[in-house]
Structure formats: C-alpha cells, structure tokens
Design a protein around this ligand. Structure first.
Ligand SMILES: [Ca+2]
Length: 204
C-alpha cells in the first residue's frame, strides 16, 4: 500500500555446496517505472508513489556476484477524506435559501480532487452546482458529497437539514393600527404598508 513501509525479504545465501554465505555484500535497489533508481537500507522501503517497482538485489561475495529481481506493485487503497469547512445548518424555514459551507477533500496521494454534491428530498436526488439551495418544502433535506481518488477509492459524507414551516413574524400588518385616521393618517399607513412589504421581501 502507498505510504506504508514494506519489509523486503532478506535473502538467504548459500554457496554451491549448500553452505551458508555470510560475508556477502548485498545491495538492494528500487527501480521505479519512471524516475531514478535508489538503494534502500535494512530491507525497508516506503514508496512515495504508486505503480510497479523492480526490487533488485545485487549480491557480491569474494569475486562472484549474483543479481536477483522481483516486482513489487504499490497501490493506493486509502480513500480520500471529505469534510465540510464549516457548519452545515441543521434547520431552516420553508422558503429559505440554505447556504452550505465549502467542501474540503484530502487524500494520501492525490492533490486536488473534484467532487459532486447532491440534494436528496423525498427520495429524489438532484445534483447541486452551487453551495446553496432553496428549501421550498417542509421536510428533511439530505446533502451528500461524493468523491473518489484517481485509484478509484470512493468517499462520501452527508448532512441533514430539517426544514420547518415558516414562522409568522411581525404579524402587525393588518392595518387596524391606522383605523379611523384622517387623510394624512391614511398616507402614513400606506407608506408603512409599503415599507413592511419591502422589508418582508428583503428578509427572504
Ligand atoms: Ca488515496
């Protein structure tokens, strides 16, 4: 796996007569598919990239030498991690525009990864192309963020938003306040009503 140390096998050396060879010089070389070969110590190798590596042992004993190779495939099996960069609102009122925080994705191998964000309501999923949506109806809205790294490891997070009935606020626009007022009073009342209307709009 990418990012973890591999313990490479320690070769057991015997001579032609089957006796143990203890005085050999052993070099362990790692040859990446692309890039510069390098040697490792203590039979430990921590890959900094995925792919197939050739592990080459060069054994020198007295005047003789031998080369032994094997292939090592390093894969990325670690899924990316998705987090909301802030709080997802837990509640909203019907008609509200819910603004979602930014999404942050990190992976052990990949730098920048894209993602898709979905809105689920009453069993239906729609894709969001913006970090906000208008909660038209009362109910539970689910936000789902999906991604995967270039090796295909998937990741998903979700959050729920409970949307309730719009609460009646500032219900004093009945006009009764100005009942019985004269001409000037009526004009004032009209201006006040206009103001209320405007304010209500701005609040949405
Ligand atoms: Ca990964």
């Amino acid at each position: 796996m990418f990012g973890t140390a591999y313990e490479l096998p320690v070769p057991v050396l015997t001579d032609f007569n089957g006796g143990a060879v203890t005085d050999a010089q052993i070099t362990v070389e790692i040859i990446p598919e692309s890039g510069t070969p390098f040697t490792v110590e203590n039979y430990t190798f921590t890959p900094d990239q995925t792919g197939t590596f050739t592990v080459r042992y060069t054994i020198v004993s007295n005047d003789e030498s031998a080369v032994k190779e094997f292939a090592l495939t390093v894969k990325d099996t670690t899924a990316p991690v998705i987090v909301f960069d802030g709080e997802v609102p837990k509640t909203a009122e019907a008609g509200d525009t819910v603004v979602l925080p930014a999404v942050k994705i990190t992976d052990d191998r990949d730098g920048v990864l894209g993602y898709r964000i979905w809105l689920e309501f009453e069993g239906e999923r729609t894709e969001l192309f913006d970090l906000s949506f208008r909660a038209e109806k009362v109910g539970t809205y689910k936000i789902i963020v999906e991604t995967s790294d270039t090796a295909g490891n998937p990741a998903e997070i979700s959050a729920e938003i409970t949307v309730t009935e719009r609460s009646e606020s500032g219900g004093g626009c009945s006009g009764t306040l100005f009942a019985g007022a004269g001409m000037a009073g009526a004009a004032v009342a009209m201006a006040a009503a206009l103001l209320l209307k405007k304010k209500k709009k701005a609040n949405r």
